[in-house]
Design a protein around this ligand. Structure first.
Ligand code: SAM
Length: 228
């Protein structure tokens, strides 16, 4: 059936295009062993997102939602020698496991990946103030992968904390959120709900698209925006 076919294609792609990487594999297995939920991006999604930072020559990545540091390791590897990742995580145990996994993968903490502990909506204004005072560099790639209720708030901060023209905002799980909120095809709900896609579409600061995806993980998709 289609699910098995998707898994087989992912496995085939992985075999040929994603060489085994002990650090990344350990991040999955150690996270599971330490009781973290299995909600990290897939190998292929991790590689794809990290390739976007290479395409854009990103030097300063902001990640919202660290979990066990799996996607952070992908970004750190892609940015090696070029830049750094700042990742925000609200659960102390997730942060601790992430730091462990990052170090096992040979990533320097905090030089290459700095994990900030706290609720993103508390940390982001602090980052904004530091950027304002020129104590911190603005970001050129923002990866949003935390609680779905705040996707729009995180997006808004992402644009504000960005370097400006050409900076990229990537929101994971945008399609599942869209479908589960019941917004798509429901004119009544569309009027009331905080609709990420409608908000982004009405936002003059960016140009954006949503890409639906399939793979070893279920059907979903991401929103990708470029700051104008
Ligand atoms: N990016 C990770 C990866 O692919 O390896 C997966 C992140 S996981 C989907 C979401 C993470 O966001 C969880 O670890 C969760 O604890 C964290 N999170 C949830 N709400 C948050 C908030 N308000 N602020 C910061 N982190 C939050």
């Amino acid at each position: 059936d289609q699910v098995n076919q998707r898994k087989a294609v992912d496995a085939y792609v992985k075999k040929h295009l994603l060489p085994a990487d002990e650090g990344l594999e350990n991040a999955y297995t150690n996270s599971t062993k330490k009781g973290l939920p299995m909600i990290a991006v897939s190998e292929i999604q991790g590689k794809f997102a990290s390739m976007l930072t290479t395409i854009g020559s990103a030097r300063n990545v902001l990640e919202i939602g660290t979990l066990g540091g799996y996607s952070s390791i992908w970004f750190a590897q892609a940015m090696k020698g070029r830049g750094k990742v700042t990742s925000i995580e609200v659960i102390p145990h997730h942060r601790d496991v992430a730091i462990e996994n990052l170090r096992t993968a040979g990533v320097q903490v905090p030089e290459e990946v700095d994990v900030l502990l706290g609720a993103a909506l508390n940390i982001l204004p602090r980052l904004a103030a530091e950027i304002e005072k020129r104590e911190r560099e603005p970001f050129d790639f923002v990866f949003i992968d935390a609680d779905w209720d705040n996707q729009w708030n995180y997006f808004d901060f992402g644009v504000k904390l960005s370097k400006g023209k050409g900076s990229v905002i990537y929101i994971d799980n945008a399609v599942r959120n869209m479908l589960e909120s019941g917004i798509v095809g429901d004119a009544e709900r569309e009027k009331d709900a905080i609709d990420l896609v409608a908000n982004v579409g009405a936002d003059d600061r960016v140009d954006a698209v949503v890409m639906q995806t399939v793979g070893s993980k279920s059907y979903d998709g991401f929103l990708l925006a470029i700051v104008k």
